[in-house]
Design a protein around this ligand. Structure first.
Ligand SMILES: [Zn+2]
Length: 353
């Protein structure tokens, strides 16, 4: 098999170095509960990543708890590795979303037409789910900044715009996280005479373009948006990311992986982010109902391994979200979504993190 993975000559070092034995408290993070196990890969999950939907709704909501279920069942992850996020505050959401949009969404003042555009009927449970999911991405990023790598079991709602939702996305968790972390702390590499927020690279490998994220950061040089997606797929009208790669329908493992390999190392070396947010959508899989690409399980695993190793090898923290994935068989889909956590576990071990 072709060698696509970078090798490690030494353990990458992160901001705070070796943290074995350091006690974390909830106050240090946007967390309801922090992991007592400082040795394993941090996995961010909340039981309220889900909400009720009408029967036969086409969004596979049941996948979220099943991802963690299979990670436990296959002994990839233990309960001690799980970090539980807080409900994200309206104030944090307002760093990307308009106050009016957030207020109306939280209070259920959403018109029929706007609800149809998102694909979800409004409910209190939906609001709670979206706020925990966004909180989960923020917590994964915060933990990644400390530990080098962390993975949520949801997230990647990249079609949400500042003042409206679309395509199963209500709040843009990736954008909120990137903007909040930029606002909250200067880049470690910036000089004190010209303070600047952390630089964030968003690597969006979901089958659909991250149009909301691209729009939000179109004039923000501190956030670089990189999207690899199906050319013919939703959204019909694409936005301009900092780097877009459009793929034809039916793209298979080999071409897909060489596309990612052709761009990622150069981006990391030229943009030099302080954090990478990685949307590991599994809708490029050949069995996906909406993706139109033809990746295999092995292809997705190699993709995730390659992205994380390439980032971690440079000493850059990376947080992952699960992104899109659509299938009737929720268990099959959940196993597919768990590929990124399995690959992350391999990276965690191989890199001695
Ligand atoms: Zn997608």
């Amino acid at each position: 098999m072709r060698q696509i993975l970078p090798s490690f000559s030494k353990r990458p070092t992160f901001l705070l170095g070796n943290l074995d034995g350091v006690a974390f408290t909830c106050r240090d993070f946007h967390a309801e509960k922090v992991s007592p196990d400082s040795r394993g890969l941090p996995v961010v999950h909340h039981s309220r990543y889900v909400c009720d939907l009408p029967p036969d709704h086409r969004f596979p909501m049941g996948k979220f708890p099943r991802v963690l279920h299979f990670l436990f069942q296959d002994q990839i992850v233990s309960e001690q590795q799980v970090w539980i996020p807080e409900l994200v505050s309206e104030e944090i959401l307002n760093c990307v979303h308009t106050m009016e949009y957030v207020k109306n969404f939280v209070n259920g003042k959403v018109e029929e037409k706007a609800q149809r555009r998102t694909g979800f009927p409004w409910s209190k449970g939906l609001v709670r789910r979206c706020r925990y999911e966004t909180g989960g991405t923020l917590l994964a990023a915060e933990v990644a900044l400390e530990r080098g790598l962390a993975c949520s079991t949801a997230g990647g709602t990249h079609h949400a715009y500042p003042d409206h939702g679309a395509g199963f996305c209500l709040l843009n968790d990736l954008a909120v996280t990137a903007q909040y972390l930029r606002n909250s702390s200067p880049s470690p590499s910036s000089s004190s005479s010209s303070p600047a927020g952390r630089k964030v690279l968003i690597v969006d490998l979901d089958a659909h373009q991250g149009d909301g994220t691209a729009f939000i950061f179109k004039d923000e040089p501190g956030v670089f948006t990189f999207s690899v997606h199906g050319d013919k797929n939703f959204p019909l009208h694409k936005q301009r990311s900092d780097l877009d790669v459009s793929l034809p329908d039916g793209t298979e493992d080999r071409q897909y992986l060489s596309t990612v390999e052709a761009h990622l190392p150069g981006l990391l070396d030229s943009f030099r982010p302080d954090l990478v947010l990685y949307d590991a959508g599994v809708d490029p899989h050949h069995d996906d109902d909406l993706g139109r690409l033809r990746l295999t399980d092995t292809g997705l695993y190699q993709r995730d391994l390659y992205v994380m190793k390439t980032v971690v090898a440079r000493g850059i923290p990376i947080a992952t979200v699960t992104g899109g994935g659509y299938a009737r068989d929720v268990d099959k889909l959940a196993v597919r979504h768990s590929i990124v956590h399995r690959a992350a576990t391999q990276v965690w071990k191989e890199c001695g993190m």
